[in-house]
Design a protein around this ligand. Structure first.
Ligand SMILES: *Cc1c(COP(=O)(O)O)cnc(C)c1O
Length: 383
């Protein structure tokens, strides 16, 4: 539903009485952390995605960090990833003193371009870190083949892709390890939270220890086998996660329905806008956000003007994604600048995330589509 002033937010979590009851029940027990809901949530996610192990952690970023750490990636190592993602997918490499090496994207899928990945591999490359951007699976066949050939690990950032499949396998389970994120704008939320999934026992064991101050199974509370972190997820968060997982199919189909309305209504109201691509053969997308591009030739300035115009009408929207290499910190630290990854930059300049959440109504989608169409018709009417 819209807010008080008829506003349509960019995103909003879908929390029902089912989740509220589940969280309240935990609060009536003495087990607020390191209790039974943690393992239950992990089992729930492992079963759903078909992974042998799942490790709940405090955020998607923590999940990525522990994957990098558990693989022993460190100073002098390179990890190939995409500049068109959320900053955490490159920051996790920096946390361990290794270097993220960016490779430009495919202009249609917006995922890593596997052909360019091959050219970026050096003797220092230790891992590939593909991101399933906006819930669309990255080209895993080609990436896994490169990893096999060059002896590289594969970390899948599936933080935006719970529910997406690549050739019959759930994303996150194709490489050595994968991550999910449960911030409130993701497919399911735990408030804050994340999950590592893996079929490798060594990675799972290390991750369980690293998230819990480096303790090992059976060790005392004040006995630490290795340098660890407090990346635990509480039973309160996990209860919310379990309740959300129980509604996952309903949530995924609600999101797919909203995306179908956008597809239909933008085609009539704003036909020149570039809509998200259909998944490549063998892949299914899990809808995370609804990001469109202004037609080729439009500039970042014009995109910003559209965002301003939509916001003035109470329509939530944002620039998704600004390129990671152009973030102030990356420019200062590594000397990146405009032109380094031209495909990602050009797509990023024209991209706008439109309101997208489970309860968005068809009439609200129509309002957004009409507002985008009207702006486009008015904007270059003289051209
Ligand atoms: C959301 C997200 C993450 C994890 O974010 P957290 O806020 O730390 O849970 C990581 N990578 C990508 C691509 C994301 O979209």
């Amino acid at each position: 539903m819209s807010g008080a002033r008829g506003e349509i937010p960019l995103s909003r979590p879908d929390v029902t009485e089912h989740e509220i009851a589940a969280v309240t029940a935990v609060l009536r027990t003495p087990h607020l952390s390191l209790g039974p809901r943690v393992a239950a949530f992990e089992e729930c996610v492992a079963a759903r995605v078909g992974a042998r192990y799942a490790v709940a952690v405090s955020s998607g970023t923590a999940a990525l960090h522990l994957c990098v750490r558990a693989l022993g990636i460190g100073p002098g190592d390179e990890v190939i990833t995409t500049p068109f993602s959320f900053v955490a997918s490159a920051n996790c490499v920096l946390f361990e003193g290794a270097r993220p090496v960016f490779v430009d994207i495919d202009p249609v899928t917006l995922n890593l371009d596997a052909k360019r990945v091959a050219a970026a591999i050096t003797p220092r490359t230790k891992a590939l870190l593909p991101v399933h951007v906006f819930g669309l699976p990255a080209p895993m066949d080609a990436l896994l083949e490169l990893a096999r050939t060059h002896g590289l690990a594969v970390i899948e950032d599936a933080c935006e892709a719970l529910g997406a499949y690549y050739c019959g396998r759930h994303v996150g389970t194709l490489g050595d390890c994968g991550t999910f994120g449960f911030y409130p704008n993701k497919q399911i939320t735990t408030g804050e939270g994340g999950m590592i999934v893996t079929n490798r026992e060594d990675i799972a064991r290390l991750a369980y220890s690293l998230r819990n101050q480096g303790r090992d199974d059976g060790m005392g509370w004040l006995s630490h086998a290795r340098l660890g972190y407090n990346y635990r997820l509480s039973d309160i968060n996990c209860a919310l996660g379990i309740a959300q997982m129980e509604r996952l199919e309903e949530i995924l189909s609600a999101r797919a329905k909203v995306a179908a309305w956008y597809e239909e209504l933008l085609a009539t109201e704003a036909p020149t806008v570039v809509r998200p691509c259909a998944p490549p053969a063998g892949s299914t997308r899990s809808w995370f956000v609804y990001v469109v591009q202004l037609p080729p030739g439009y500039t970042a300035g014009e995109r910003d003007a559209l965002i301003k115009h939509l916001r003035a009408q109470g329509i939530g929207c944002n620039h998704y994604f600004p390129c990671i290499h152009l973030q102030p910190f990356y420019r200062a630290e590594f000397g990146y600048g405009p032109g380094d990854f031209p495909v990602a930059e050009e797509i990023s300049a024209r991209s706008v995330a439109l309101p997208f959440y489970n309860r968005l109504q068809r009439e609200e989608v129509a309002t957004v589509a009409r507002a985008v169409g009207a702006w486009l018709r008015g904007h270059r009417s003289g051209a």
